[in-house]
Design a protein around this ligand. Structure first.
Ligand SMILES: Nc1ncnc2c1ncn2[C@@H]1O[C@H](COP(=O)(O)OP(=O)(O)OP(=O)(O)O)[C@@H](O)[C@H]1O
Ligand SMILES: [Mg+2]
Length: 256
């Protein structure tokens, strides 16, 4: 039996008359990369926003590793190990790559803001943060640009840095919103490999929102297809790419 990690049940989010998420239910499993696909405006980013507490749900619930997290503030959710990345590269453009990762890891290593006042906690946290940064630079292949100012990096590297900043917060599950958006084919390939390694080498579960269907089908164990905030299907990639409704709504190729 596969362990359930994320449990989304009857989740809805309305913006006025727009039902961005509409009675959506699905689960993710331990060790899994779950892809989420769907047309523009089908609710993928809203799903991440509601799961991570950026905006409240209109209805429904989210459980993470057996615990109800619906309605918790974002920092309480991220401290539980559920971390997301953003659709556009979100880095401190005037800081070096090293400093970007260090800033993020310091919170992961020290813990709650109130712990900043405990004797020894900061020094300990800073030491561990330094180790974390070194390890993450190595893991992500960004070591040779560690002292480069982030805003001067090619966009593909900035997006990798965005992912590393999220990894520095010590996730057990990472929600990735279009990591390949705006990347060229070579950069997309590198990003796909990074996503696979996040699961394979770091044992972090991943939910991957992505329009690049080649990347999604090659890297994901299962794929959830959304349309108008509802699940059309959730299945293994080989079945999703042949699913008539998914083809009609998203893939746009006639099935035989
Ligand atoms: N803050 C908001 N206020 C009002 N409407 C919103 C808000 N955020 C999203 N929406 C609407 O909710 C729907 C879902 O948007 P969402 O951004 O989640 O789609 P998406 O699947 O991520 O699209 P894309 O593939 O373009 O990133 C859209 O109709 C969008 O206009
Ligand atoms: Mg989006």
């Amino acid at each position: 039996m596969n362990d359930v990690v994320l449990e989304v049940a009857g989740l809805s989010k309305a913006f006025g008359g727009v039902h961005a998420i509409n009675d959506l239910s699905f689960t993710t499993r331990r060790g899994e990369i779950l892809g989420v696909i769907g047309p523009n405006g089908s609710g993928k980013t809203t799903l991440f926003n509601v799961i991570t507490g950026v905006m409240p749900a209109t209805a429904g619930s989210v459980r993470f590793r057996g615990e109800a997290i619906t309605g918790l503030p974002t920092d309480a959710i991220s401290r539980r190990g559920l971390i997301r990345t953003f659709q556009s590269a979100t880095v401190f453009k005037n800081e070096t790559v090293y400093e970007n990762i260090r800033r993020s890891s310091i919170f992961g290593c020290i813990g709650k803001p109130s712990w900043f006042f405990r004797p020894g906690v900061v020094a300990n946290g800073q030491r561990r943060a330094k180790e974390t940064v070194a390890e993450l630079l190595e893991f992500s292949g960004l070591s040779d640009v560690a002292t480069t100012v982030a805003g001067t990096l090619p966009y593909g590297k900035q997006k990798i840095l965005g992912v590393v900043i999220a990894l520095a917060q010590q996730p057990t599950q990472l929600l990735m919103d279009e990591p390949a958006a705006g990347l060229n084919p070579t950069e997309t390939l590198a990003m796909g490999q990074l996503v696979a390694q996040i699961r394979d080498k770091r044992s972090i579960d991943v939910v991957l929102v992505e329009h690049d269907i080649k990347m999604v089908t090659s890297v994901c164990d299962r794929i959830l297809a959304l349309n108008y905030g509802k699940a059309i299907a959730i299945d293994v990639p080989a079945k999703i790419v042949r699913h008539p409704e998914v083809i009609d709504a998203y893939l746009g190729v006639d099935h035989e």
